[in-house]
Design a protein around this ligand. Structure first.
Ligand code: NA7
Length: 540
């Protein structure tokens, strides 16, 4: 095995995506002994699993990357928004430069982690039976490690091809000329639909099964040459650093002026400008009050609605995809970026099925039946039904802390963390891109690098002082939870049901799972806690 008998690690990292690679790199530089355990068979994290048709990152070049010079100095992207295959190539490049894999154990799912207070060590066990002893461990499991499939009646009877987006066959699925359905209209459903609408050809038939419309905005994809990127390279270090000055960790921020300060004409001009630049700008670069004032939000919605309705000719499809009445606050749910997604609905063989008013009753061997009895004959189904997000991956591991307390019990009615990185009575255990951190409200690499730096500092500081145990105080996590709830109160994301707040999973506690204070404030808070001698923790 990778862990020699009796060998004690400084850090065991679970998962092998961006967060794990970054943390491993930082720890190695300080001389710590760390290993990565990963369920998949390669680096990449979510990009190892995300092979569904059309999978593409929605964070614009250059911020969705590691700020490690050895990695970015000789890497070039093909476009502003690269696809999943390119992200896997990127991780191959990361491996070529950083040699992460020599400390990785693949094809191993961590099933349990137990703390021993007398030795101050964790015992981490994999499904293979492999066991690690480690002083610290970090779950770099991200927010989408646990897929969600509704328990529809008869789903196991379906004889066609059916896959969840996160478990797509490596060899792909041939849909040319087939009858296909995409269930779900989150970021994933929009991307699959856009791609399949092309792939099915003229003889195929595609149905997008929609419960809630996605307020998708134009991506404005741009291709980049090697020469263009060579010119930009000198500026990259500064741009990576700059990510930390922006609320979302992207390089765009809301405008300080307000929606109704501008005349209708001027506002329209500004909206068009954002629209044409594309990306998340219409959400993140908009007037300050767009996400804070319901009337301002309505005006933005109207602009979005009118742009979509201009593109979709059929009135029924139009009303489903971009309803005249705003169904919920703009920006409340995660919006997607699209290229020709809406245009495809002008084809006679691309349709949208309304499962809000007419839900799925059951699957049968060759299709799906809706509540009112409508039968849809299908060859292929893509389940874009999302994830038990943010907490699901952590709860999948049986984590036992002080006095035998189990994390799933502690979090049964809600989630308590300190700083979105630790939880009381589970000493020397950290998590990145998880609950009550900027996670889903941020550009992934921005968030995980801040967390990775901080965790590395904790280990260094403790080593320097000969300390063995760090544990968050209950009071500190009570206060953190209250702050997380307070910060999101006035924003659409705090008001609309979604996976941001657990509402997508039946029975899951509905609570705010992301820190809405923004990247700069989060970073400052972590730094201050460190400067103040780890306030809110007991270090011994
Ligand atoms: P999401 O955003 O959770 O989307 C899941 C979709 O599946 C969403 O449209 C749901 O409708 C739909 N859904 C879930 N259950 C049902 C049932 N029972 N019937 C009909 N439709 C259903 O997951 P994604 O994979 O798209 O995205 C996850 C994140 O990964 C994404 O935001 C990126 O940050 C990366 P609903 O909206 O709840 O009405």
């Amino acid at each position: 095995g990778a862990s020699d008998e009796g060998e004690v690690l400084d850090m065991l990292i679970v998962g092998a995506g961006f967060a794990a690679v970054y943390l491993m790199h930082q720890l190695r530089q300080r001389g710590f002994k760390a290993k990565i355990v990963e369920a998949g068979s390669d680096l990449g994290g979510i990009w190892y699993w995300n092979r569904y048709p059309g999978a593409r990152v929605d964070s614009q070049y250059p911020v969705y990357a590691l700020s490690i010079p050895e990695v970015y100095n000789d890497w070039t992207w093909s476009s502003h928004y690269p696809d999943h295959a390119e992200l896997r190539e990127y991780f191959q490049h990361v491996e070529d430069r950083l040699h992460i894999k020599k400390d990785c154990v693949f094809n191993s799912k961590v099933v349990s982690a137990g703390w021993d207070d007398s030795s101050c060590l964790w015992t981490i066990t994999c499904h293979t039976g492999m066991v690690f002893k480690t002083k610290f461990w970090t779950a770099c499991t991200g927010f989408a490690a646990k897929r969600y499939i509704p328990d529809w009646k008869g789903i196991e009877d379906f004889r066609g091809v059916i896959h969840h987006s996160s478990f797509w066959p490596k060899e792909g699925v041939d849909v040319r000329g087939k009858r296909v359905a995409v269930i779900g209209t989150g970021a994933t459903g929009v991307q699959i639909t856009q791609e399949w609408a092309r792939e099915i050809g003229e003889d195929g038939h595609l149905e997008m099964w929609q419960r809630t419309p996605n307020f998708a905005c134009p991506m404005n994809q741009q291709f980049l040459t090697k020469e263009e990127q060579a010119k930009l390279r000198d500026g990259l270090a500064a741009r990576f650093a700059e990510r930390n000055n922006y609320y979302n960790g992207f390089l765009y921020q809301w405008r300080e002026n307000l929606t109704f300060d501008d005349s209708d004409e001027k506002r329209d001009e500004f909206y068009w400008q954002l629209w044409k630049m594309g990306g998340f700008r219409f959400l993140m670069n908009n007037y300050y009050d767009m996400t804070r004032n319901a009337d301002a939000n309505q005006i933005a919605y109207n602009f979005w609605r009118d742009r979509v309705r201009e593109r979709v000719r059929d009135p029924r499809k139009q009303e489903l995809l971009a309803p005249w009445e705003r169904p919920h606050l703009f920006g409340g749910k995660r919006l997607s970026l699209e290229q020709d997604f809406y245009d495809h609905f002008n084809k006679p063989n691309v349709d949208v099925v309304d499962v809000r008013n007419n839900p799925i009753k059951c699957f049968v061997s060759d299709g799906i039946i809706q509540e009112d009895g409508t039968y849809h004959k299908l060859d292929v189904v893509a389940l874009a039904t999302g994830f038990d997000s943010i907490t699901g991956g952590l709860k999948d591991i049986k984590i036992t802390g002080v006095d035998g307390e189990v994390l799933t019990d502690k979090w049964a009615k809600g989630t308590w963390t300190y700083l979105g990185i630790s939880t009381a009575r589970f000493p020397n255990f950290f998590f990145t891109y998880g609950p009550q951190a900027p996670t889903a409200f941020s550009n992934g690499p921005s968030c995980i690098e801040i967390q990775g730096d901080w965790i590395t500092s904790v280990l260094s500081d403790m080593r320097g002082k000969g300390l063995k145990k760090i544990d968050a105080k209950r009071k500190a996590e009570e206060d953190w939870r209250a702050l997380v709830f307070e910060l999101i109160n006035d924003t659409p994301r705090g008001k609309v049901d979604s996976w941001y707040n657990g509402a997508n999973i039946p029975g899951k506690p509905r609570e705010h799972l992301n820190y809405a204070g923004g990247i700069p404030r989060y970073k400052k808070t972590l730094e201050k806690v460190r400067q103040d001698g780890y306030e809110g923790f007991v270090v011994s």
